[in-house]
Design a protein around this ligand. Sequence first.
Ligand code: ASP
Ligand code: MG
Length: 452
Amino acid sequence: MSDSSINVAKFGGTSVATYATMLNCAKVVMGNPNTKVVVVSASAGVTNILVELAHKALTKDEISAYVEQIQAIEFAILNDLGAPKLVADKLLELLESLKQLAFHEEILHRPDLKDSLLSHGERMASLLFSEVLTQQGLPADNFDVRKVLLTDSEFGQAAPQLEGIKQRATQLMAPEIAKTVLVTQGFIGSDEAGNTTTLGRGGSDFTAALLAEALGAQSCEIWTDVIGVYTKDPRITDAARPLPELSFEEAAEMATFGAKVLHPATMEPALRQNIKVFVGSSKEPEKGGTWIVRDCEYEPSYRAITRRKDQVMVTVKTPKMMYAQGFLQNVFTIIAKHNLSVDLVTTSEICVSFTLDNPPNSVLQRLNRETIEELSQICEVELEEHFDLVTVVGNNMHSAAGVSSRIFAAVSDFNLRMICFGANVHNMSMLVSEKDSSNVVKALHKSLFEAE
Ligand code: ASP
Ligand code: MG
C-alpha cells in the first residue's frame, strides 16, 4: 500500500533535548498535515552516557551516578509536562529497566544486553514527545518501532530486513496513521528472535528513511540543529555556505565521507524509492534547508568538502609477496569477512596500504582490532594513526578538465599521505595528518568555493 502524500519527520537529539526544544518540534509537526510518522532520537547526551554504561568497566556507584545523569535530563522534561501519572509511571519503569540492564551488562558483557540498554534513550524520548504533541492539541500515539523494524542479529550495527519491515509497516502502521500521528524511535530495531538491536550511532536518520520507504512516503524530513547541509562543516570556519539542493548521490558521498548531518545509509532507501529528503533546523524552520532529490537543477564539479576523523592507515607487508600467489586476495578476504569497507588503497610489489575508519567506542573499532589480529597471522602489519580523510564531493570529477589540478594546486603546501578518486564520479579523497586537516579543508574551500 502506498500513500504518496505521507511525510516522515525525524528529530535529532538536540531537537528533543528539552521541553522547550520539543515545543519547536511540535510546531514543525503541526505545520505539516502530511506528517504521519515522527521518528525521534534520544535527548542530546543520553546515548553518549548509555554508551559509557555499555562499554566502560564501572563500579556500582559509578553506574548509579550515570543513571542519575540520564534521569535528570528525562525528569526535567517530564516536570515541564506537568508529570502526568501515566507518563511518569512508564518513564520510571524505563529508568528502572535501564539501571538493571547496566548492572547485568557489567557482569555479563553481552552484546544483546548492550543494545537493550542503548535502546532506552529513544524509548524515553518518544514517550515524552508523544505527550508533548498530545498536550499541544495533536493526539499522538507512542509506537514501539521494534514491532516493525526487523533487523539481523549483528548487535551494535544491525542491518535492516527490508521485506519484513515493509510487511509489518503495512500491517501495523498504515492503519494507525489513517487515524493518528505515530511517534516512534529511531536507531533501534529487533531481530527475528525479538531481541532489541541497534543500527549504529546516528542511526535514527536511517530509521526515518526506512519507514518512509516501507510506507511509500513522498518525503522524509530530517530536523536537526543546522539549517541544512553546508559546503563544509560550519564549525571549521564560518565561510561555509548552506546548500539549497543536493543529489542523492552527492548526499550519500558526503555522509559516507564524514558530513555529520546524515547517517551514511540514509540515502539508500531514498534512492530506491525516490523519496525527497529535507534537512533543516527545528529551531528555525522558516530559514529553509537543503532538499536532497534525484535530479538537481545544477550539477557543479565541486559541491562540498567533508572530513572524516580517526582514520588509521594499515600497511601489510610480506617479503614473500612476489611469490605468494593470492596474498592480496587473502588480505581482502579477511577485511571483507569483518564487514569493513576500505576507502583508500595503494599497492606495491611487497606491500599494500589501506585506510580504516576507526571512531572511538564503535563496533568498527572492535572489528578493526579483530581484522588486524587476523592479518598479523599471514603477514607483517604496521599501523599509523592520527590521520583524517578529506574529501571533495562533486560531479563528473574524473572527466571534467582541470578539476583535479585545481584541487592539487589548493593543497600543494600540505603533505598528502594517500590520494584517491572514488569508485564513482562524485568524490576525490586525500589522507592527511590530523593536525593539518582543518587547514586543508579551509584551503580547499577557499580555492573551490570562495574564489568567484
Ligand atoms: N541516539 C543515537 C545516537 O546518538 C541515534 C541517533 O541519534 O541517531 O547515536
Ligand atoms: Mg544524527
